[in-house]
Design a protein around this ligand. Structure first.
Ligand code: NAD
Ligand code: DAU
Length: 352
């Protein structure tokens, strides 16, 4: 192919975070040709990108990163200048039911991309970055005190986080062994528009809307650090363009919430937005059997990216969560499309 622009590969761009990253890059960088590679699993949804689909610097390719020959041919065709890798199996509960797709996509798929990048860039003198998007879950679980940082030892506890940890190790090994220019960032829990309603916040918004039980695992005492998805996408942009090769960046909101407190806040906002009697949504809270191996607390210290790259979260949580609730209430077609069909089977199997 004759290249007139820099070809940037973004994997998993039809998913939750990936779609926000693709939108940001397509709108901000007309000088790039953005190729969004996505298998369109249950979590991939091209509706997430309907506003940018027809932009001339955007192209969608349906494909599976687990297919080694396919990935090698894709790199041969596009001669990508850089990669931002988000494609993954991402839901902890699904990894507990069946870890194998997590090993395939998150480890083998990542290794396929790394191998193709090494082959494509080995003789080039240009700067090429392989940027791998990872999670704070690779560090395991915290007690009440302290934060994960870039130097916290890996201690993954679920099949999902073990597969992400494996992929992170392969990324670093490819730099060390083959000289690939890599960057990794590890982010805390994201929330916002377009998140598949298997994850806590959109699942509970949908259930409150439909007056269905809110299945809180255990006693609801687990703690997560929440970040608005567009703030993560901005961080990814900064790290890709200004981050140092070989480095790791922690990204988080310094915004810890106990699950039960978060669910009560959601209930309060939904009561008000849906004009329901105050306290009525909270009556839906139902304590159910805890998640196996449930990590108690995640909290990440993101001061490095703030100090070195000037990144900060832009939204207060109360503002972001209200904006998020409104998005799901307004985008009823999106929510109905993703919760029909196979979602119902998943829901029955997971929650009975
Ligand atoms: P998601 O599940 O919403 O989206 C994943 C996307 O990857 C989907 O579009 C899916 O179709 C695609 N995909 C899955 N398997 C594929 C394969 N074999 N080949 C090609 N495409 C495939 O996930 P997300 O929440 O947007 O997470 C994106 C990335 O960010 C993941 O790597 C995840 O580990 C990481 N991350 C997520 C969070 C979070 O809170 N959601 C936080 C930190 C890091
Ligand atoms: O920390 C980053 C990670 O955050 C990402 O790497 C993962 O891809 C992403 O899924 C997320 O993992 P969590 O397991 O923290 O997210 P989830 O939304 O599944 O759950 C958040 C908390 O809510 C967790 O303590 C489990 C609890 N929970 C979740 C569900 C789905 C419930 O109590 N009930 C539920 O039905």
């Amino acid at each position: 192919m004759v290249k007139t622009k820099k070809n940037l590969l973004i994997t998993g761009g039809a998913g939750f975070i990936g779609s926000h990253v693709v939108r940001l890059f397509v709108n901000k960088y007309p000088e790039y040709h953005i190729v969004n590679l996505d298998k369109l699993t249950y979590a991939g949804n091209l509706e997430n990108l309907s506003d940018i689909t027809f932009k001339s610097n955007y192209e969608f390719v349906k494909g599976d990163i687990v297919g080694r020959k396919f990935i090698s041919e894709l790199f041969g065709h596009y001669r990508f200048d850089g990669v931002i890798h988000l494609a993954a199996e991402s839901h902890v509960d699904r990894s507990i039911k069946n870890p194998l797709p997590f090993i395939d996509t998150n480890i083998i798929g990542t290794a396929n991309l790394l191998g193709a990048a090494v082959d494509t860039w080995q003789k080039s003198t240009d700067k090429h970055i392989f940027y791998h998007i990872s999670t704070d879950e690779v560090y395991g679980s915290l007690d009440e005190g302290g934060f994960f940082t870039e130097t916290t030892p890996y201690d993954p506890q679920s099949p999902y986080s073990a597969s992400k940890a494996g992929s992170d190790h392969f990324v670093r090994a490819y730099q060390n062994t083959y000289g690939l220019s890599v960057i990794i960032s590890n982010c805390s829990n994201n929330y916002g528009p377009n998140q598949f309603p298997e994850k806590l916040i959109p699942l509970f918004i949908n259930n409150i809307k439909n007056e269905k039980p809110l299945p809180v695992y255990g006693k609801g005492e687990n703690i997560r650090d929440w970040l608005y998805v567009e703030d993560h996408a901005r961080a990814i942009d900064l790290v890709y363009h200004q981050g140092n090769v070989g480095e790791t960046y922690s990204i988080g909101g310094f915004n810890e919430w106990k699950n039960l407190d978060l669910v009560k806040l959601l209930c309060k906002i939904m009561d008000s937005q849906l004009d329901r009697k105050p306290g009525s949504s909270a009556e839906l809270i139902t304590f159910v059997t805890d998640r196996a191996g449930h990590d108690l607390r995640y909290a990440i210290d993101s001061s490095k990216i703030t100090q070195l790259l000037g990144w900060n979260p832009s939204l207060q949580f109360e503002q972001g969560i209200e904006q998020t609730v409104n998005w799901y209430l307004q985008n009823t077609d999106w929510l109905e499309n993703v919760t029909s069909g196979t979602y119902q089977n998943y829901y029955k199997e997971q929650y009975g």
